[in-house]
Design a protein around this ligand. Structure first.
Ligand code: FES
Length: 123
């Protein structure tokens, strides 16, 4: 099973702005990602998935990287209008890491403070 980038499609744009032009922040982010993903040379290695809620609703937008035998990374407080390209850059780091460990300093600068959790894989 390929690694996954899971986007919470229900997330608000910000904690104070649920929708913009009738669209949730998560739905907007997903659209931004889908455009880039279609041209992305590594899309066979990473599945772009959605989820109804990642249970961190008070810190939108939220996404997670999930991989078999790899830690799960949760990112929150993302700006859905600007973060899509950075998320695919970070996805490449995740794909390239055999054990899934990615140092924060290697992430795109805007993502570094947005990493909220790293959850170890099941043994
Ligand atoms: S609505 Fe996105 S984490 Fe709950």
């Amino acid at each position: 099973m390929p690694d996954q980038l899971i986007v919470c499609k229900s997330c608000s744009f910000t904690a104070d702005e649920e929708k913009r032009d009738g669209e949730t922040g998560g739905a907007h982010l997903l659209k931004q990602l889908q455009v880039l993903y279609e041209q992305w040379p590594r899309k066979d290695e990473l599945a772009l998935e959605t989820n109804g809620c990642l249970c961190i609703c008070e810190q939108p937008c939220a996404i997670a990287y999930v991989g078999t035998g790899k830690p799960t990374y949760l990112f929150t407080g993302l700006d859905p209008a600007t973060c899509a390209a950075d998320l695919l850059t970070a996805a490449e780091l995740y794909l390239d890491s055999e054990d899934g460990m990615v140092s924060a300093y290697k992430l795109p600068p805007d993502l570094q403070p947005r990493r909220a959790a790293r959850i170890p894989p099941a043994p």
